[in-house]
Design a protein around this ligand. Structure first.
Ligand code: GLU
Length: 502
């Protein structure tokens, strides 16, 4: 029987969920769903100093917005809970006692100043201080002290931590599913703290015992955790656990330039969001949602950062991603974040979205100007502006002239057209529009008028468009005219004529 797929996303609630974490969550989710497994969220909140109260909500809301559904988690049911590490203290206490009894962990009483001294002293000699087999018997711990002295210290409530007793000079042979076998000598690993003086486990300890206890089959996480893999591997050995999850370390997301890890500051620099949804702290930082991105486009874009489907297909909805996803499609090397591609995906997904979503946005944006517009017209407007939208927020510019008289004209075109026989042309146009039956079909009549007067067709269209739109871009002008109606067209052309005259 094949093992049940159980994967977890294990964020530390230290701030907002950024896109790197979101991608990790997404890949875990896709993998679980592809194999009919479970997607678990475990909140790793054992670091009291870095804990941020509103972080968990931001993480959960971000996943929800992206359509990533949680099977087990702090706000969902599950038989392996609690799913917040701060609620699992008793369990960690039992587990650390087990490791101490087995002789794979020990108490350490060294004071901060003493360790600082050793660190500095080593630095001076051009070396790095490591607390491990090489020197642990010379330091203050239950390996160097007698049992009586150790107990005395513990009984007196002396401040202490629990460290891992890294095996002496052993080669750890661990495996990452993307990179294959990774060999590391224990000489290079220090005796990591497993339990802190505040009575809380460290990340390494809580993470490993929880993965085991929650029967996690695959650990899929960021590459920054690859250096911790040997320690995690050794912890499984120390407990005598033969079944380990498979480990997969996802490639980094790189800066738009292609070098270095993507950071929040890159978002500011290039003007793209780094969160799914808005984060409120001292200041408000907008996310993809507030920038007018569709969740399906964010999911699609992120899915291709470090994974490829093995063919040319680029546009996926989440169901298609679930069907196509496989660990074999993951890349080892970093994935460059391309803000232009990000927008391209959003544009592409907007084309696939229902007009009703755009109509709703239009209604919200222009609620005060909607009196003359029935639903039918709004649907046509949505259809007309759709191909021009990179984000939903652009609706306020792209659809504005349907509802509002342009409050300014494109300066360059305005100055150019000022030199033309604008008065004559605009009054001709006003007459034509005023007497037309169907504005959507006046083009042939307009052509006749242009020919008769020997006007330049370009200038005529330029003036017509500038008056209605305020610029020389936008969807089909005759459709615009027909949607805004005769009276509005005449009014706007009169206004332009006056403006050009002055
Ligand atoms: N709490 C760790 C983090 O925030 C989890 C790392 C892991 O998945 O093992 O990245």
């Amino acid at each position: 029987m094949t093992k049940k797929i159980r994967v977890r996303f294990a964020p530390s609630p230290t701030g907002p969920l950024h896109i790197g974490g979101l991608r990790t969550a997404l890949f875990n989710y896709l993998f679980a769903k592809k194999h009919g497994g479970k997607f678990i969220v475990r909140v790793e909140d054992t670091d009291q100093n870095r804990y941020v109260g509103s972080s968990e909500k931001h993480i959960m809301d971000s996943l929800k917005w992206c359509g990533i559904e949680i099977d087990e988690g702090p706000r969902n049911k599950g038989s392996f809970g609690p799913y917040r590490q701060s609620e699992r203290k008793d369990f960690y206490n039992l587990k650390i006692q087990e490791l101490l009894k087995k002789g794979h962990a020990y108490y350490a009483f060294d004071k901060k100043e003493e360790l600082d001294f050793h660190r500095k002293d080593h630095e001076k000699k051009g070396r790095t201080f490591m607390y491990n087999a090489h020197n642990r018997l010379k330091l203050s711990n239950s390996l160097s002290l007698s049992i009586e002295d150790t107990n005395k210290l513990l009984d007196s409530g002396a401040e202490h931590v629990v460290r891992f007793k890294t095996p002496v000079e052993k080669e750890v042979v661990c495996r990452d599913e993307l990179r294959g076998v990774v060999r590391v000598s224990t000489k290079t690993i220090d005796d990591k703290i497993l339990f802190k003086s505040d009575g809380m486990p460290t990340y390494h300890f809580a993470n490993v015992v929880d993965d085991y206890e929650m029967k996690i089959s695959h650990v899929i996480r960021g590459e920054e955790w690859l250096p911790s893999l040997p320690l995690h591997w050794l912890l499984y050995d120390a407990f005598g656990w033969e079944v380990r999850p498979k480990f997969v370390h996802l490639p980094l997301i790189l800066k738009p330039e292609g070098k270095g890890k993507l950071s929040k500051r890159d978002g500011d620099r290039f003007g793209f969001p780094v969160f799914a949804i808005q984060w409120k702290d001292e200041e408000i930082i907008k996310g993809y949602k507030e920038h007018g991105f569709l969740p399906e486009s964010v999911v699609n874009f992120l899915s291709l950062l470090g994974w490829n489907p093995g063919n040319e297909k680029e546009l996926f909805n989440i169901q298609e991603l679930i069907e196509s996803f496989s660990l074999e499609g993951l890349n080892k090397s970093g994935a460059r974040f391309d803000p232009e591609k990000n927008k391209w995906f959003n544009h592409a997904h907007i084309q696939k979205t229902k007009n009703s979503l755009l109509v709703e946005k239009i209604e919200n944006e222009f609620s005060e100007h909607l009196t003359l517009f029935d639903k039918e017209k709004l649907n046509t407007i949505a259809e007309l502006i759709k191909p021009r939208l990179n984000t939903l927020n652009e609706i306020n510019v792209c659809a504005s002239f349907f509802f509002k008289t342009p409050d300014s004209y494109n300066e360059k075109h305005f100055n150019k057209l000022k030199k033309a026989n604008f008065k004559e042309i605009l009054s001709g146009l006003i007459e034509l529009v005023g007497s037309a039956e169907n504005l959507a079909e006046i083009k042939p009549a307009l052509e006749v008028l242009v020919q008769k007067n020997e006007w330049s067709f370009g200038k005529v269209m330029g003036l017509f468009r500038l008056s209605l739109v305020g610029d020389l871009s936008g969807p089909d002008l005759f459709q615009i005219a027909s949607l805004i109606g005769k009276d509005t067209c005449v009014l706007r052309m009169t206004l332009l004529s006056k403006a050009l005259e002055s």
